[in-house]
Design a protein around this ligand. Structure first.
Ligand SMILES: Nc1ncnc2c1ncn2[C@@H]1O[C@H](COP(=O)(O)OP(=O)(O)OP(=O)(O)O)[C@@H](O)[C@H]1O
Ligand SMILES: [Mg+2]
Length: 228
């Protein structure tokens, strides 16, 4: 049992496609310690995003149990799960997933609004998070006024805003050139050094080289890879 970390037991996720049942994840057991930096690798379609979404409470397993930071996710209803996710988990996606009509500051304030933080405190926290990712001079820019690397840094600031225990990044460097990608990984690595548990899905073995542990997903099953 990974105290305060992540424990998956017998996690299966099936999708119904026409008459066929497809096992995107098949009886996965996985334990991740609090504070670890884990890279998740594996072929396209093997189940990596499905795994990340289930750990992050964006999706629910068909069978099996998921415990994150001591919380058994199956015991939470949808509203409680959303609150838990907002508080405990930060997400970073390949396509940034920023609100296009909102500034950097507004994007980063969103999870704080959801957490009912007061406006003044919200603004101060969001500003500090954007400064932390080097965007103190881009607070009022819209996403389309930022470069790809800058957009991903806004997404990281947003992921950080509620001071989560866990950050899940699904191909965070997938839309960036290698120099920009390396900056993003360095930034995530610095958060991990500060104690955040970090789960990074990647096709890039250079990224995996920074991890303490590499987990490989193959055909919906999980096996240990070799850390770089
Ligand atoms: N909503 C869905 N309905 C049906 N099948 C799905 C659904 N979501 C995912 N799948 C299937 O589950 C499998 C795993 O998908 P997943 O997105 O987890 O792969 P992945 O490892 O993240 O791939 P990639 O590296 O391309 O992002 C795929 O074969 C996919 O077709
Ligand atoms: Mg994926």
């Amino acid at each position: 049992m990974a105290i305060g970390g992540i424990t998956l037991t017998g996690v299966t996720r099936t999708f119904q496609v026409g008459d066929e049942e497809f096992h995107a994840l098949d009886r996965v057991n996985l334990s991740i310690d609090r504070g670890a930096f884990v890279a998740v690798m594996g072929p396209s379609g093997s189940g990596k995003s499905t795994l990340a979404n289930i750990i992050g409470g964006l999706d629910r397993p068909t069978a099996g149990s998921v415990v994150v930071e001591g919380e058994d996710l199956a015991k939470l209803g949808d509203a409680a799960l959303s609150r838990f996710r907002n508080k405990a988990i930060g997400f970073v996606f390949q396509s940034f997933n920023l609100k296009g009509d909102s500034t950097s500051l507004e994007n980063v304030m969103l999870p704080l609004t959801f957490a009912r933080m007061r406006p003044k405190q919200r603004k101060a926290r969001a500003t500090a998070c954007l400064e932390r990712v080097g965007l103190g001079d881009r607070l009022h820019h819209l996403p389309n006024q930022l470069s790809g690397g800058q957009r991903q840094r806004v997404a990281i600031a947003r992921a950080l805003a509620t001071e989560p225990a866990l950050i899940i990044a699904d191909e965070p460097t997938g839309n960036l050139d290698s120099a920009r990608g390396a900056e993003i990984i360095a930034m995530l690595g610095a958060l991990n050094a500060d104690g955040v548990t970090l789960l990074v899905i990647t096709h890039d073995s250079a990224v995996a080289g920074h991890a303490d542990r590499v987990v490989e997903v193959v055909d919906g099953t999980v096996r240990e890879g070799s850390a770089g």
